[in-house]
Every structure is written in C-alpha cells, then in structure tokens.
Design a protein around this ligand. Structure first.
Ligand code: HEM
Length: 396
C-alpha cells in the first residue's frame, strides 16, 4: 500500500469517524432531527478540507498499479468521503448538475473504471471486504447502532454466500445425486442463521438512530456529472445466485434481468463473474420439473424434491422477514412520520419510497412464489412439484 493510500485510510478510520459522530450527536439533539442545515458548520468544513488534502495527494500520485486490494480500498475511502459530504448536505444531487467535489470525483472515476466497478463506495467496502484493524472495522461513525447494522448485515451476507456456494455444488452433482443432502442441509442451515441475525437486528437496532444517523450515509450522490444510487445490503451476487439456482427468479424475466444489469457494477469483479456464470445454469426447479414425469416415484426424486422445497420455503420466509419486519420497522414506519423535504431522498436507491417499496414487494413475492399472475412467479410450478412429493418425504 502506498504511503498516501495508507494515510487516507488512517484518516478515514480516525478523524473522519470522530467528525461524523460529533455531527450526528448534534443533529440528533435537535428538535427536528432530519434538519442538518446550520448545525456543526465548523465540523463539516474540517471534514471537507481534511479529506480534500488526502484526495488531492492521491489524485496527483495517479494509479500506482499497487493491485486490486489497494485500488478497492481507495475507491471505498473516497466513496465514504463523498457519502459523508452528501449526508451533511455539502452536496446534493437534486440541486446540482455535477458534483462540486471535482478532485474526489476524478479519483473515484479513475479507480472505479480501472477496477470495473461503479465509482462510489459499495456494500462490500463496509461488509465482506471491510478489513478490521486491531478489532475495529471501517464505519462512518462510532455509534453502536451503526456497528450493529454493519455487523449483522455482514453476518447475513456471509451466510447467504454460504447458501449460494452450497446450491452451486448441487448444479455440479446433478439434482438427482444421492449426496445432495449435504449441500441442501448446508443451505438450510445458512438461511436459518440469516433469519436469526435479522431477528436480532429487528430487536436491538434503535429505529430513530438507524433512520436519522446511519441510513443517511447511504443516499445517492453525484460523481462527476452522473448520480449513483446508494449502497444496499443486496449488492453481492450470492442473493441472486440463490434466486436463480432455486429458479424463483429468472434471468430472462425482463423485470429481474433489469435488476441484475443495474446492480452489476455495484459488485466487485469476482461477484460479477460468479453471477454471469450462474446465469448459464439451469435452475434446480426446472431440472426437477423436467425429471418429474418419468421419475416422480423414485426414492431419490422424492427425497431431493422434498429437500429442495424445504430450502425454497425458508428462502421465501427470509424474504418476507426482510420486507415485512426490517423494511417496515426501520424505513416505512419512521418515514410515515416525516413530511415534505425531510421525506425526500430517504431511500438508498433513490426512487420515491412508494416506488421502492413496490419493487421490494415484487422481489419478496417472487421469492415466496406468491399466487400472483402479474409477475413471473413460479407459484404454479412449485405447486406441481409439491403435489408430486409424498407426505412421508416432507422435511420436518
Ligand atoms: C435495518 C435493517 C435493514 C433495512 C431497513 C433494510 C432495507 C432495505 C431496503 C430499503 C432495500 C432496498 C434498497 C434501497 O434502500 O434502496 C434493501 C435491499 C436489500 N437488502 Fe436490506 N435492509 C436491512 C437489512 C438487511 C440485511 C441484514 C440483509 C441480509 C444480508 C439485507 C438484504 C438485502 C438485499 C439482498 C437487498 C437487495 C434487494 C433484494 O435483492 O432483496 N438487508 N434493504
């Protein structure tokens, strides 16, 4: 790591965190917690100027060819800097045609393009590639609720990646293999663990702290001329690998294909490659349905179809938990109390809240294989498979 890369990283892990935390505490003590104008101006200026010195020095150094890890770290750090400037209203895409932070934009564009990623920080920077130093991972603030959010998100992502790995192994074994019990069990276990982390988040995360002091760092912002949507916990390939391998979502469904294209650059290149490869496989559901007419009475079919249905059911319950518990409690409910300007841009991806909620509902219902004929739900196909599995094989 170059000396300048290292210095910027140290700043992001120290002064940057302290300044943001101080600002959050000032905003949170205000009567209107959503109003960040005219408050902590000296702290905001310090944050902007200290970060600028690092950015200018890195921009002058250029791409040092230090490798992926170094470039990826710089992209995350300059992205977190721009995310914080957005959070403190030192920039706002709604009132600007281009970012007022020219040097930071140039640095982010240069590094992002060289890595093949969007020029902003992404979820991976704060989760699975958030390298801890002496026990402390990167964050915007040192608020306990931010640590809780980052850690439970990361745990969830790690388990979803485990489930995706396990299901990928079934592709190579073939869905009729006598040993699919091992990967199906691994997938089941991983999904149950995600549900446990989600429940913990639901119970322990403070609604107002999350809504007013954590989530605003995930707003969209401009890099150069273009506005980039915020990071969200879905920006890793594992969740979509599970969708596609289970067959609950299909890459040729125009709604879902658009979603995949839109998120591609928000994932690290290794995830992009996994997702592309996953799109070439036939889903487990389609494999089972093609075997059903000839083999539905075979013991292997009954066992493996029952295991498949169990994993599908859990995945649907997990999707419902994300939407009906987490999104409702931590976004929909507090947003309902806000009005006018304060309500603007509270979602990470940018669209107005009702639009975002509708699109998340579609994903939930696809994963639940809900009885809807206005989306590409596999409800009828799953019912056909379920109808072919004898009660005695259904997993407890
Ligand atoms: C306080 C907790 C959480 C809240 C309020 C929340 C809310 C949201 C929202 C609103 C989105 C839409 C993207 C956007 O904001 O524009 C989203 C996306 C997503 N979140 Fe969460 N989330 C939470 C925790 C988690 C956790 C722990 C996971 C598990 C890893 C997770 C997985 C996902 C996924 C996979 C997506 C992408 C859409 C999808 O494929 O379903 N979220 N989340």
């Amino acid at each position: 790591m170059s000396r300048r890369v290292d210095a910027f990283d140290r700043w992001i892990r120290t002064s940057f965190v302290e300044l943001n935390t101080e600002l959050e505490n000032l905003y949170f003590a205000r009567e209107n917690r959503a109003d960040v104008q005219g408050c902590g101006e000296r702290l905001k200026t310090t944050l902007r100027d200290e970060g600028h010195i690092h950015v200018v020095s890195l921009l002058a150094e250029g791409n040092t060819g230090d490798g992926f890890e170094s470039g990826f770290g710089v992209l995350g750090n300059v992205g977190m800097y721009l995310g914080a400037l957005r959070r403190h209203e030192l920039t706002n895409p709604a009132r600007e045609h281009k970012s007022p932070f020219t040097e930071a934009s140039s640095l982010a564009l240069h590094v992002g393009a060289s890595l093949g990623m969007a020029p902003r920080f992404s979820t991976t920077h704060l989760s699975t590639r958030n390298r801890a130093v002496a026990g402390v991972r990167k964050s915007f603030t040192s608020l306990p609720d931010e640590f809780l959010f980052i850690d439970e998100n990361t745990r969830g992502i790690l388990c979803l990646q485990r489930a995706a790995d396990a299901l990928t192994r079934i592709v190579h074994l073939g869905v009729s293999s006598p040993v699919t019990d091992v990967p199906f069990r691994a997938a089941r276990q991983a999904l149950l663990e995600v549900m446990e982390f989600n429940s913990r988040l639901f119970q322990q995360l403070d609604v107002d702290r999350f809504f007013y002091s954590v989530r605003p760092y995930y707003k969209p912002y401009r890099v150069g001329r273009q506005e980039y949507r915020g990071a969200n916990a879905g920006d890793f390939s594992g969740i979509n690998e599970i969708d596609l391998l289970l067959g609950l979502c299909r890459a040729n469904d125009p709604y879902y294909a658009q979603l995949l294209v839109d998120k591609m650059l928000f994932m690290p290149p290794a995830d992009q490659a996994r997702l592309r490869e996953c799109m070439t496989h036939t889903s487990l559901l389609d494999e089972l349905l093609s075997l059903l007419p000839e083999h539905s009475h075979a013991d292997w079919f009954q066992r493996n179809a029952a295991e498949y249905l169990e994993v599908c059911g859990l995945f649907g319950r997990l999707a419902a938990q994300h939407h009906d518990c987490l999104v409702k409690r931590f976004i929909e409910a507090p947003a309902a109390r806000l009005q006018g300007e304060d309500l603007d841009a509270i979602t990470a991806s940018g669209p107005p809240l009702p639009v975002l909620l509708r699109s998340l509902e579609i994903l939930r219902d696809l994963r639940l294989a809900a009885d809807r004929d206005d989306i590409g739900s596999r409800h009828a196909d799953l019912a056909r498979l379920r109808g072919a599995v004898s009660e005695s094989y259904v997993c407890g």
